[in-house]
Design a protein around this ligand. Structure first.
Ligand SMILES: [Cu+2]
Length: 757
């Protein structure tokens, strides 16, 4: 084992030195880029005036390469660009032209999307929608004029590459002669801050585990909501109601992460800006982007109020807050002040589920921690969710008309929120300093979407349709698109529009803020609008990476765009649709004292193909398999009609035969039977299954798997009209290993090891 790690370290070293070779390309790029900003040394030491210079072409070379990192507990594969994670910060002045050359040194294809940036559609970086994937070993050049300013970011739009390092800051500076230039804000020293998460698991595995309803992440987070835990906290009835309404334990986030990173480090510090040590009274503008794949972060600062001056790259009237939550892929520009000398004040980013955090100490001297946030009260949250969940799986807002994150529906889970005068940012507090209203004469196209999903099968959709079930939405160039979004699912979704900023309609009317991400909490309704004045196919999707990959996407096709990068758009779109409904494999096998049983399943958003087997160790116990191919129906996917095939071999004596509850007799040693059946999830998450075989034999069964008895103990049972029954208990040891004991009417008592994939 030790030798293996040494080899890995050597490989890591080798890769790193290779990556180092390329860093000078970046420097070459930035040399071409711009002069150092002029820092005026006034007493306040906060004036940074960028010289107004002629627009030029800013060239970057980006080398995308596999690397190994040890952010978590193990050495794992990641992707670095120019040898670094996050990817290098790209900076431009408004008016420049960006020329970015991507050198793909990976063994797989890649792409880069310029998040929040206005550009011609063919430069937008979505494989199979705006360009072909950048193949391994090839080079691709993005070239577009910089026609806006603000804090943005960029990331891979290929598969799950964003999760393992492909995110970076993308900053377009406002020119000092811009009529919107705000002295005291736009002349502050700025620091880019990229928040991200790291998991030691391969993200493909994370994706698979989410689809397999694995509760391993909850175990890691201490967020299982088992019966034992419910009883201990006086919430037994809450838990019963929850399962009666067919809900699994739920959390505000899905994935357990090993580390949270700020600019690639769990603990970072800012002692100087532009070479000058920070001191009392200094203000710094942090350009914060959430490059996490699935985590929302609370941001808190120990040195006083944070002043929010921009969101998603767009200026807002300064607003003072004690804390804010930054949704996946949002950006905020926040001004913080160093209140005292000889101290460093903590800016803390805590995951919404409060299990992990990263810290950024600003200033020189003794560290002033802000302290952790209290843990969530899961059963309180569950109780509230029970109250809002109707038996059909719809959420009932009970007439509350929620919007703009103003009423945090998770408030009961947050014990400290009731504290005195804690100002938390919400979207109603965002006001544009300028009028953002759209031309009155433009025709308006209204669209409505309900955000939908089934937590139990991890299917995320819009109007109960995933991308592979949806055509592109035709939009005329010059139309105003007004989109109303209602979230009828149990999770919040950060919806992102490519290519445009939209107005997020709030009480500020003509001064409604511009954004390109809108985070929508469960049961909220919000309206956004924008002028569709740039042709092309623009992606509109949930930015939680694993929701996007599950199909929570649409395409707005503005005008009839001829994309030179994508000659066969129809074929490409089919490919994009396929990619958002991939097949997931799960498998499980028990090696028990009385036999061997298990199952393997292939699943898509609607389809499921599964085989179960039972293998006795003697002829008397025989061998059985059951295979089902089914399609899940309905919004909550509680109903699955299927066709089946059973095969069974068992040595029986001359007069021996088996009778079922209906008196039907099966006397063959070897049985091959086709069937038609249906499975339905009953309250308490019990599956009822009815199956009719071609020989007329009927079988009804009831079963439940994975009853959460305690944090790591799961129980299950099965009973059917063949008068067979089974009960089991499984203790979860690791992600893939458990100890299982069961009693089976055919095979008797058994105990053994249970492996799952
Ligand atoms: Cu989502």
């Amino acid at each position: 084992m030790r030798r293996l790690s040494i080899i890995l370290l050597l490989i890591a070293g080798g890769l790193f030195s290779q990556a180092q070779e390329h860093t000078h390309h970046l420097q070459a790029g930035s040399n071409k880029q711009q002069q150092e900003p002029v820092v005026s040394m006034s007493p306040a030491r906060t004036k940074v005036i960028r010289p107004v210079r002629p627009a030029k072409t800013i060239h970057y070379d980006l080398y995308v390469k596999d690397t190994l990192v040890s952010y978590g507990k193990k050495i794992k594969r990641a992707i670095a660009v120019n040898g670094q994670i996050p990817m290098p910060t790209l900076e431009f002045n408004e008016g420049d032209t960006a020329e970015i050359v991507v050198h793909n040194l990976l063994k797989e294809s890649t792409s880069l999307h310029w998040h929040g940036v206005f550009l011609p559609n063919k430069e937008d970086g979505v494989p199979f929608l705006t360009q072909k994937p950048i193949g391994p070993g090839t080079t691709y050049t993005y070239r577009f004029p910089i026609i806006q300013h603000g804090t943005h970011w960029y990331h891979s739009h290929s598969g799950l590459q964003e999760q393992i390092g492909m995110y970076g800051n993308f900053i377009m500076h406002k020119r000092s002669d811009d009529k919107t230039f705000r002295s005291g804000i736009d002349d502050l020293p700025t620091v880019p801050l990229m928040i991200s998460e790291w998991t030691d698991l391969n993200p493909d595995n994370v994706n698979r585990m989410l689809h397999n309803a694995s509760d391993w992440f909850a175990i890691r987070k201490g967020a299982t909501q088992s019966y034992a835990e419910a009883v201990r906290s006086g919430h037994f009835k809450t838990k019963i109601t929850n399962e009666w309404k067919r809900m699994l334990a739920m959390d505000v986030s899905d994935v357990y992460y090993d580390k949270i990173l700020l600019n690639g480090q769990n603990l970072a510090e800012l002692k100087t800006v532009d070479g000058t040590p920070l001191k009392a009274g200094d203000k710094v503008r942090l350009r914060i982007a959430n490059g996490g794949a699935s985590s929302y972060f609370w941001l808190r600062y120990g040195g006083g109020k944070m002043v929010v001056v921009a969101s998603d790259g767009n200026d807002v009237e300064p607003v003072e807050v004690d804390r804010l939550i930054i949704a996946v892929s949002e950006t905020y520009d926040v001004v913080v002040t160093i209140p005292e000398d000889k101290k460093a004040f903590e800016l803390m980013a805590t995951t919404e589920d409060r299990t992990q955090s990263a810290s950024y100490f600003i200033g020189n001297g003794v560290r002033q921690p802000v302290g952790p946030m209290p843990r969530l009260k899961y059963f309180e949250g569950m109780k509230m969710m029970n109250g809002m969940m109707k038996m059909n799986g719809d959420l009932d807002d009970m007439g509350m008309e929620m919007s703009l994150n103003q009423m945090d529906m998770n408030v009961v889970m947050y014990p400290e929120i009731t504290g005195p005068d804690l100002v938390t940012l919400n979207y109603s507090m965002l006001k544009s300093p300028y009028k953002t209203s759209l031309p009155k004469q433009a025709p308006v196209k209204e669209l409505k979407f309900t955000l939908t999903g089934s937590m139990n099968r991890y299917v995320w959709s819009m109007d109960n349709r995933i991308l592979s079930e949806s055509d592109k939405i035709p939009v005329k160039k010059g139309e105003v698109l007004r989109i109303t979004l209602h979230n009828n699912s149990m999770m919040r979704h950060p919806m992102h529009l490519h290519g445009f900023d939209f107005r997020l309609l709030n009480q500020h009317g003509d001064n409604s803020p511009l954004k390109n991400i809108i985070d929508i909490m469960p049961m909220e309704t919000d309206t956004i609008e924008f002028l569709a004045n740039e042709e092309g196919d623009w992606f509109f999707h949930c930015h939680i990476l694993y929701h996007m990959m599950s199909g929570m996407n649409r395409v707005m096709a503005v005008g009839d765009y001829d994309n030179p990068e994508l000659p066969d758009k129809a074929k490409a779109y089919k490919k994009l649709q396929q990619e958002s409904d991939m097949v997931h494999l799960s498998a499980q096998n028990d090696f028990a004292s009385n036999g061997n049983d298990g199952e393997a399943m292939l699943m898509k958003a609607r389809w499921s193909l599964g085989t179960e087997w039972r293998l006795g160790y003697s002829n008397m116990h025989g061998f059985e398999t059951e295979t089902h191919l089914g399609r899940y129906i309905g919004k909550m996917q509680w109903l699955m009609p299927f066709i089946g095939f059973d095969y069974r071999y068992r040595k029986m004596g001359m007069d021996e035969h088996e009778k079922n509850l209906f008196g039907q007799v099966n006397k063959k040693d070897t049985r091959r039977a086709l069937s038609l059946g249906v499975m339905y999830t009953l309250p308490m998450l019990v599956n009822f299954q009815a199956e009719v075989y071609h020989d007329g034999i009927t079988r009804l069964s009831l079963m439940r798997e994975d009853i959460p008895v305690s944090k790591r103990l799961r129980a299950g049972f099965m009973v059917n009209t063949d008068m067979e029954y089974m009960a089991d208990l499984r203790y979860i040891l690791t992600r893939n290993i458990g100890i299982r004991t069961h009693y089976d009417s055919d095979m008797g008592f058994g105990v053994g090891l249970s492996l799952n994939y």
